[in-house]
Design a protein around this ligand. Structure first.
Ligand code: G6P
Length: 435
């Protein structure tokens, strides 16, 4: 092995410095030779700005890693060892529309959850399947580490419709470990959480400190106002009776399902007061970030990146790549085939779960049955995801309608239909499958 070739699809993303930081920190265990940052022409030279920062970061770290900036996806993928995906079809403008359209019908407007996530999935599925065709042809042994949202659903599409070896990844589980550590004022390495569920709908079933079960203590802290959220989700407090009775830790995104009315109000308030939807806020943060990235003296991941929801992304991604490459047999929380791990879900669906990672992939650790209060929501969300994958591939209107109607956040078929029509019309340029 002469060193690894990594292809990053969506390399012009403002998150790329996170990823580069991850490769720098783990350079002693991962002999990376080339990182190809691939993107599309955007008229703003984002790829150049981020790519040049990446080059400065690698230089400062004294590493011999070639950073290649390119618009040629196939050349980047050819013979890659790992392909990571972090692209956003239609950019933040499309995300802003995904967030605004549902709000008109008094429905949650969110990047990955509810109808907003559905719209993003419809735009993304044709592109990811195209990328997978390239991987099958040009780098059949490569691992695809998918971070593109909605990450669980997109990983499901890849599993169902391609032969690419893939693992889906999200920063929520690692974020929860870090937040619990902060709550308890201990080093995050001492915290372990048994995760099970779906992406952006994952539960921390048990929490351990140095191997001792401290779930009840964490629940107490959470009920006493302890903070457990991401930068992009309002920190609404949980109902004590509910969480105590659940006996497990909900993820930040569960708020959209259990505090739907309050969050719709929050979102409407943001729009009314001119703060804008999250995408509109992020557009401003990104402008600042890219200005900072342009500074020729900047040669490390800047602090401002912490204003984004994707914290710890690099840790999750690069430690996973290292676990595969080094055959570590280490536990990671990933999106993979269930294979019986959650016994009330089919074997062939993708779940977010703790898994043992080695050079042959990620192997979900058995958790058994989910209790009824968790199972109900998971079944509904997975039914929605499976229908959405089919709709995203076929462009069949009826399947798309069934998918939205199955989404737990959509109140009726009437609203599902209005949402679908609006989504199709607002995204025409990105939905070749919907004729
Ligand atoms: C979290 C989620 C990501 C999501 C991000 C949004 O990290 O896990 O899936 O993309 O937040 O953050 P942003 O700063 O773009 O709102």
């Amino acid at each position: 092995m002469n060193g690894l070739k990594i292809a990053v699809i969506g390399g012009g993303s403002s998150y790329t410095p996170e990823l580069i930081d991850g490769f720098i920190k783990r350079s002693n265990e991962l002999p990376v030779k080339e990182i190809h940052l691939v993107d599309i022409e955007d008229g703003e030279s984002k790829l150049d700005i981020v790519g040049n920062l990446a080059k400065r970061m690698v230089k400062k770290a004294g590493l011999d890693i070639d950073i290649i900036l390119t618009l040629d996806r196939r050349a980047a993928i050819k013979d890659a060892d790992f392909v990571t995906t972090q692209f956003r079809v239609g950019g933040l403008e499309a995300r802003a529309r995904d967030e605004r359209i549902p709000l008109e019908y008094n429905v949650i407007g969110q990047e990955t959850t509810g109808p907003g996530g559905f719209a993003k999935a419809m735009r993304t599925i044709p592109v990811i399947l195209d990328i997978c065709k390239d991987i099958e042809e040009l780098a059949p042994n490569a691992w695809l580490i998918n971070f593109t949202n909605p990450a669980g659903l997109i990983t499901e599409a890849v599993h169902r419709y391609t032969n690419v070896k893939t693992i889906g990844l999200c920063n929520v589980p690692i974020g929860m470990v870090n937040m619990v550590a902060k709550m308890l004022e201990v080093d995050s390495k001492r915290i372990k959480i048994d995760f099970a569920g779906l992406n952006h709908l994952v539960w921390g079933k048990r929490v351990y400190l140095d191997g001792k079960d401290i779930t009840d203590e964490v629940i107490e802290k959470l009920c006493d106002g302890g903070s457990l959220t991401m930068k992009n989700i309002p920190d609404l407090k949980w109902d004590k009776d509910f969480v105590k009775s659940l006996g497990m830790i909900p993820c930040p995104y569960h708020r959209y399902y259990y505090m739907t009315d309050d969050l719709i109000e929050e979102e409407k308030e943001s729009v009314k007061t001119g703060k804008g939807t999250r995408a509109e806020q992020v557009l401003k943060i990104e402008k600042e970030l890219f200005e900072v990235y342009k500074d020729p003296n900047l040669n490390q991941k800047p602090e401002q990146l912490e204003k984004r929801g994707g914290a710890y992304y690099s840790d999750a991604a690069v430690s996973l790549i290292s676990a595969i490459y080094n055959d570590k047999k280490e536990v990671h929380t990933v999106n993979v085939r269930n294979n019986g791990a959650i016994s009330n879900l089919p074997d062939d669906v993708v779940v977010e779960i703790n898994a043992i990672v080695d050079k042959t992939g990620a192997h979900a650790i058995t958790v058994g049955q989910l209790p009824p209060e968790v199972n109900g929501l998971v079944q509904a969300a997975k039914a929605y995801e499976l229908l959405a994958v089919e709709a995203g591939v076929t462009g069949d209107y009826g399947t798309a309608l069934k998918s939205l109607a199955a989404n737990p956040l959509v109140p009726s078929v009437k609203i599902a239909k209005k949402l679908l029509d609006d989504i199709i019309s607002a995204n025409k340029a990105y939905l070749p499958q919907f004729k």
